[in-house]
Each structure stands twice: as structure tokens, then as C-alpha cells.
Design a binder for this molecule. Structure first.
Ligand code: XMP
Length: 513
């Protein structure tokens, strides 16, 4: 099938998937490919355009990632971003040097609005810069189309060859008119129509899963969260009963959640698949007894999960494929990309060693959370499930500070349930990125009736975020917080105080541990 495709050539930049996402927002299919891809492979994909990402290297070092100069002779439009722009300049005979002044962050930029890339943009704008090298001299045939006070060639173009480059990052929200620039590239330079939709992602993914799996057996660890649910439904639509989903109830789920998952995916649910629920609550509480250190808790919950899963997998026997609902931010934050490990995510990189299978399938690996939701809606998954709060693999285990006990799980479940109920009643739920109650390890003195209490404090958290990599504390109306506080203190035994977390990410993280 010939669909409009733009390739993002990855030179190790932080924003490679973000660029792809922006192109998909133009309704053009986009794939990230390593810079080592051959010219023949590129030609075979018949891309309408190629975008070079940024990267941490300097183009003038021998070991830095590069590509063949011939890529510019294919007649395919190329947009180089940051390192990608420097690489274009370097390969085509320009000069790249260490800049006398590095630029980082919001930067004033003057652009030439007669250039096709900047058509419709303001001549003075704000862009996002992050570089220590710069293009000191543009290659022959190019002209400079943007500059900042310290960067003489903040953008360059060679329209006859359809080559464009920006030192700044148009894909980042902070570049005020970045989306317009990318649209100009995708539509006006590459000539895309923009007829691709998320449902094409669903259709093509189901089709390619069918082809890949054939009559093979597939195993999926289903958590009931958005990601694994969407992955499971994609698989169910592709191969039906060849798929077995194992749902481990570790006793650290939200109130009623185990039953809700069973209702949707179990034998009386809407999907064609085999469903196994493992009730492993007590086993987890035993393992977590006396453990207080967050990473240790995460590791225990993760490895116990693997053990339970392994036992089930053994009963099922050898499978051909293992499905994981990994999405893009998981990959980045678990340090599987190039960035540092922040938390060891539970659903990335664990299962493969212990299950006998041929291949891992991660159909959502390229997507951001909101894109996964869009795919979920396309798949006809109930709205309440698609917009369910993101819920971490280690569950309430990392929302209970300190030791996890069955009693504390009950407390946080009840408090969280009330919080969610009131937030939904106030109509705030769809606009919040994530919100939940956590149980602090703090007990304090209170008075209820005429009695002294010495009970736990619940912390409420709500954040606005679209990518979950950064977030800000949401401003929940005071009346709602007051109502939630009253209800929690009155209805949840063991709690006499409610706190609201005002911290953003960074410096905080969304979860408490
Ligand atoms: P943090 O706390 O790192 O969370 O700011 C970012 C997003 O990731 C979720 N999260 C996890 N999801 N397994 C997951 O599947 C995990 O181990 C895990 N830890 C955090 C968190 O809920 C938030 O949406």
C-alpha cells in the first residue's frame, strides 16, 4: 500500500519520537529509523520527506553518526534539525565549528518569511535552542533564512534541491511557531496531502500483526491499564483466540479494579481471547513485609510479577510471541534509550528472560500516551477504560510510602476512590493528566468527636501533563479539595489529615516513589 510516509532519521537526539509525533499530527505517517539505514532501504520506503534529528555529537569528529552524501541527491526533501542541520552543512561543504556562545532554551529568532519553511510565521519569534556547535558557513547554493543574536545561520535553505535546516528545534512546544514550520515542510515542501489517520495505524498494525504471527501462539501480560489493554485488543483483533492474556492481581490495584478488568476482558467480556486471572495478593503482601526502600519495593513487585507470570506461562507451554504494552516514555525513562535511569519501570525489560518465546511484539512502542488513547478509541474500547488514569505497574505499592501492608492498601484504595469520585463529579477528570491519592508514612495528632486521634495523612496529587515526562501540579478548585478532605477523613478509618501536593515534575516525579 502506498501511503505518504516521512522518515525521521535518528542521530541520537532526545526528541526523535517527538518529531515523528508532530508529523503524525499533520496526518502523515512517520517512522523513526536509525541513521545507519541504507539508501536502498530508504528508497524502498518511498518517503515524501526525510527529517534529520538532533544529537549529542559534533559532526567534525570521525566517530560521529553520519550518512551518505548521496541522500541529498535522491530528490527527496530533507529537513535537518540541530545536529541534523550541522550534518547537512558539513556533508555539503559548509563549515561547522564550536560556537563562541552556546545557546540553550528560549531564544529570540529572526526568520525570513519569504522562505517556504517560514511562510505564515512572524518575522520575529521565539525558538528553542540547545547547541554548542553552529554552522559558521553555509554550503554553496544555500542561503541563510534565520538568525539569532549569536547564531548567524539559525536556518538555511536550498529550495531548488528541497533542502532545509534549522539549528533550533521546531518540534518542541517552546518554539512558538514550530508546528507551522513543520507543516510547511510536510505539506508545502514534501507535497503531502495528510490523509493518514490514527485508524490507519490501527488497521495497518492489525494487518501486519496478522502477517507476522500467522498461526502462532501469543502471550500478553494484561494489567488493565490503557497501554496493555490497547495492545491486547489490537492482538485480539489480529489473532483472536491465539492470544492468551494473563492478568496478575497483585493486591496493589485500585478499588474494584481487578473485577473491572475481568468484566471487560474475561469470558463474559467483549473480546475474543483467552483470559487468565491470577489472584496473588497474599503472596505480594508477604514479600513486601518490612520493605521500605522504593527501588527495592519496585524490584520485588517486578520480580514477583515475573515469577507469577512464569508459572502461568509454563502451564500454557511454549509460545511464539510475547506482547508488551511498552510506550515511548517508558523506553526513555527506563534508560533503555540514552537517558539516565530515573525509576526502574516495571513493564519494561523484565519478562523476556523467563518466558519461552520467539519474539517480543511491542505494537505501541512508537506512541505517546495520548496517541495510545486515540488508537484505543478507534478500536472501540470503552471510553472509561481508554481515559482511565494511567496506573503504574507496581500499583499502590509505590503510592504507599514506607512498608506496604494489606491494611494500608485498603486505606489508600478507599481514599483514592473518594478522590476519583469527587473529581469526576466536578467534571475535572478528562482535563487532568493524572490524579490519585497516596498514603504518606506520617501520622499526626487530630481530634475527632471528643477524642484524640493519631492517624495517617493522605496526600492528594493531580498533575497536568501531555507527555508524562514533565508535569505541573493542577489547580483543583478549593471546594473540591475541601469536599474530598471531609469525605476521606470521615469515611476512611485510619486517616485524620489530607494534604495536597503542589510539586511539579521536575523537580518531583508524578508518583511518590
Ligand atoms: P513518574 O513517577 O516517573 O511517572 O513521574 C511518570 C508516569 O509513569 C507512570 N509510572 C509507571 N508506569 N510502570 C508503569 O507502567 C512503572 O513502574 C511506573 N512508574 C511510574 C506514572 O504513573 C506516570 O504516569
Amino acid at each position: 500500500m502506498d501511503r505518504e510516509t516521512v522518515i525521521v532519521l535518528d542521530f541520537g537526539g532526545q526528541y526523535n519520537q517527538l518529531i515523528a509525533r508532530r508529523v503524525r499530527e499533520c496526518n502523515v505517517y512517520c517512522e523513526v529509523k536509525p541513521y545507519t539505514i541504507s539508501l536502498d532501504e530508504i528508497k524502498a520506503m518511498k518517503p515524501k520527506g526525510i527529517i534529520f534529528t538532533g544529537g549529542p555529537n559534533s559532526v567534525y569528529e570521525d566517530t560521529s553518526p553520519s550518512c551518505s552524501r548521496e541522500i541529498f541527491e535522491l530528490g527527496i526533501p530533507v529537513l535537518g534539525i540541530c545536529y541534523g542541520s550541522q550534518l547537512m552543512a558539513h556533508l555539503l561543504g559548509g563549515t561547522v565549528k564550536t560556537a563562541p556562545v552556546s545557546e540553550y532554551g528560549h531564544t529570540k529568532v529572526s526568520v525570513d518569511t519569504t522562505d517556504i519553511l517560514f511562510e505564515g510565521a512572524s518575522s520575529e519569534s521565539i525558538c528553542w535552542m540547545s547547541h554548542t556547535d553552529y554552522i559558521a558557513q553555509v554550503p554553496e547554493g544555500f542561503r541563510i533564512t534565520a538568525h539569532t543574536p549569536v547564531c548567524p545561520a539559525a536556518a538555511m535553505s536550498f529550495p531548488e534541491k528541497k533542502l532545509y535546516a534549522t539549528q533550533f528545534h521546531p518540534e518542541v512546544m517552546h518554539t512558538r511557531e514550530g508546528m507551522k514550520m513543520l507543516e510547511n515542510f510536510v505539506f508545502n515542501v514534501c507535497g503531502c496531502i495528510g490523509d493518514w489517520k490514527m485508524d490507519s495505524f490501527v488497521e495497518t498494525t492489525i494487518q501486519s500483526l496478522k502477517e507476522k504471527i500467522g498461526s502462532g501462539k501469543v502471550l500478553c501480560a494484561l494489567s488493565g491499564g490503557v497501554d496493555s489493554s490497547v495492545a491486547a485488543v489490537l492482538l485480539s483483533k489480529a489473532v483472536g483466540k491465539q492470544l492468551t492474556c494473563v492478568f496478575v492481581d497483585h493486591g496493589l490495584l485500585r478499588k474494584n479494579e481487578g473485577d473491572e478488568v475481568e468484566k471487560v476482558f474475561g469470558p463474559n467480556g467483549a473480546y475474543e481471547l483467552n483470559f487468565i486471572r491470577v489472584n496473588a495478593q497474599q503472596r505480594y503482601y508477604e514479600k513486601l513485609k518490612g520493605v521500605t526502600e522504593p527501588e527495592e519495593k519496585r524490584k520485588i513487585i517486578g520480580s514477583e510479577f515475573i515469577r507469577v507470570f512464569e508459572e502461568e506461562a509454563k502451564k500454557i507451554g511454549a509460545v511464539d510471541f510475547l506482547v508488551q504494552g511498552t510506550i515511548y516514555p517508558d523506553v526513555i525513562e527506563s534508560g533503555l534509550g540514552k537517558s539516565a535511569v530515573i525509576k526502574s519501570h516495571h513493564n519494561v525489560g523484565g519478562l523476556p528472560d523467563v518466558v519461552d518465546f520467539k519474539e517480543i511484539i511491542e505494537p505501541l512502542r512508537m506512541l505517546f500516551k495520548d496517541e495510545v488513547r486515540k488508537a484505543g478509541l478507534e478500536l472501540g474500547i470503552p471510553k472509561y477504560l481508554v481515559f482511565r488514569q494511567p496506573f503504574p505497574g507496581p500499583g499502590l505499592g509505590i503510592r504507599i510510602i514506607g512498608e506496604v501492608t494489606e491494611e494500608k492498601v485498603k486505606i489508600v484504595q478507599e481514599a483514592d476512590y473518594i478522590y476519583r469520585e469527587e473529581v469526576a463529579k466536578a467534571g475535572l477528570d478528562e482535563n487532568l493528566g493524572q490524579y490519585f491519592a497516596a498514603l504518606t508514612n506520617m501520622r499526626s495528632v487530630g481530634v475527632m468527636g471528643d477524642f484524640r486521634t493519631y492517624d495517617y495523612a493522605i496526600a492528594l496529587r493531580a498533575v497536568n501533563t501531555s507527555d508524562f515526562m514533565t508535569a505541573e501540579a493542577a489547580q483543583i478548585p478549593w471546594e473540591v479539595l475541601q469536599k474530598v478532605t471531609n469525605r476521606i477523613v470521615n469515611e476512611v478509618k485510619g486517616v485524620n489529615r489530607v494534604l495536597y501536593d503542589c510539586t511539579g515534575k521536575p523537580p518531583g516525579t508524578i508518583e511518590f516513589e
